[in-house]
Write a protein that binds this ligand. Structure first.
Ligand SMILES: NC(=O)c1ccc[n+]([C@@H]2O[C@H](COP(=O)([O-])OP(=O)(O)OC[C@H]3O[C@@H](n4cnc5c(N)ncnc54)[C@H](OP(=O)(O)O)[C@@H]3O)[C@@H](O)[C@H]2O)c1
Length: 289
């Protein structure tokens, strides 16, 4: 539940504000009439410490929600220097400069190796690819400060500013372009709309919850099941082009099989039930997705 007494006077920085989750967060803050400073690459290049210091001194933000990242696993694998700079070094720098204020860092379910699924916040991490390695290392640094929070989330969907960041947008784009997708029947996540991730993040911030929190959809689905749900959602509007496959057929950065997250702690702390994707789609037929 959102804590209504949370009324910061100074702006809350949202980094990665032009990305899927950052954009949803800016909208959620604006809906609640909370002061927000959307940080896109135009405002601050987060690999430039001088720019961070200059803007931080000027704004003196009340909190930082840090969503910016190189979030594409293939890009991270191919350009490890850049991935390290943005996902790890920039995160550490923000963490240092924000040592006296709340900072929420967005991490990923991919920090787990996917051998067992239903991971709780206390389970040991074992990243399989470079993206996940940078996130797991950044998490350790964030957790040294008792004012700071790590949110691990799963596949997020929705409408992103560039139209290509949500899993739904990527599937829609492929099908519209007539491309057939191989969707794995043996890779599991808990997909969630970014609008829900954003709302729960504000609840965490307003209640000053720190440590590790898992925010993910209430049901575990395979990539294939996600495709089926979207095909049904879009009906005759788009012809679904999908064939089923298995992880064995994939050539790319290593992908864990089942990184579903245990969300019970988050649900109990916030007194909220997080819907599964199928449930959310049924309850929100008019919301663009
Ligand atoms: N979306 C998911 O399914 C998912 C799942 C698990 C975890 N996460 C994590 O959640 C966070 C938000 O995800 P997202 O999907 O919203 O990511 P996203 O859409 O890829 O957005 C990331 C943003 O970071 C910005 N950025 C990258 N390098 C930067 C730099 N040097 N300076 C300033 N900004 C920079 C990008 O700016 P440009 O637009 O200018 O490139 C982009 O807008 C990320 O940390 C991601 O790893 C996401």
């Amino acid at each position: 539940m959102f804590n209504e007494s949370f009324k910061p006077q100074k702006p809350i920085w949202v980094t990665g504000a032009a990305g899927l989750i950052g954009h949803a967060l800016v909208e959620a803050l604006q809906r609640r009439k909370l002061p927000v400073y959307p940080v896109t690459r135009q405002e601050i290049d987060l690999t430039r410490c001088d720019q961070i210091v200059e803007q931080f001194t000027e704004h003196s933000p009340s909190a930082i929600i840090h969503c910016a990242a190189i979030s594409d696993t293939t890009q991270c694998q191919q350009n490890q220097n850049l991935a390290r700079k943005v996902n790890l070094f920039a995160t550490r720098f923000l963490c240092d400069i924000a040592s006296d204020i709340p900072l929420i860092f967005f991490s990923t379910d991919l920090v787990f190796d996917g051998q067992k699924g239903n991971y709780s916040p206390e389970d040991p991490v074992n990243p399989l690819n470079f993206y996940a390695e940078t996130k797991a290392e950044a998490e350790q640094y964030i957790l040294l400060n008792p004012l700071h929070t790590v949110i691990r989330t799963s596949l997020n969907g929705g409408i992103s500013p560039k139209g290509n960041r949500g899993f739904n947008e990527q599937i829609r784009q492929a099908w519209v372009q007539g491309k057939e997708l191989t969707l794995f029947t043996d890779e599991f996540r808990n997909p969630i709309p970014a609008s829900i991730t954003a709302e729960l993040t504000l609840q965490i911030l307003s209640n000053q919850l720190t440590g590790i929190a898992h925010i993910a959809g209430g049901s575990k689905l395979s990539r294939w099941q996600i495709g089926e749900l979207l095909a049904r959602r879009w009906g005759n509007e788009i012809t679904p082009r999908m064939k089923s496959g298995t992880l064995k057929e994939y050539n790319g950065p290593k992908r864990p099989a089942d990184t579903s997250l245990d969300i019970t702690q988050t649900e109990e702390l916030l007194n909220e039930k997080i819907p599964g994707l199928e449930q959310w789609l049924l309850a929100n037929p008019e919301v663009p997705f």
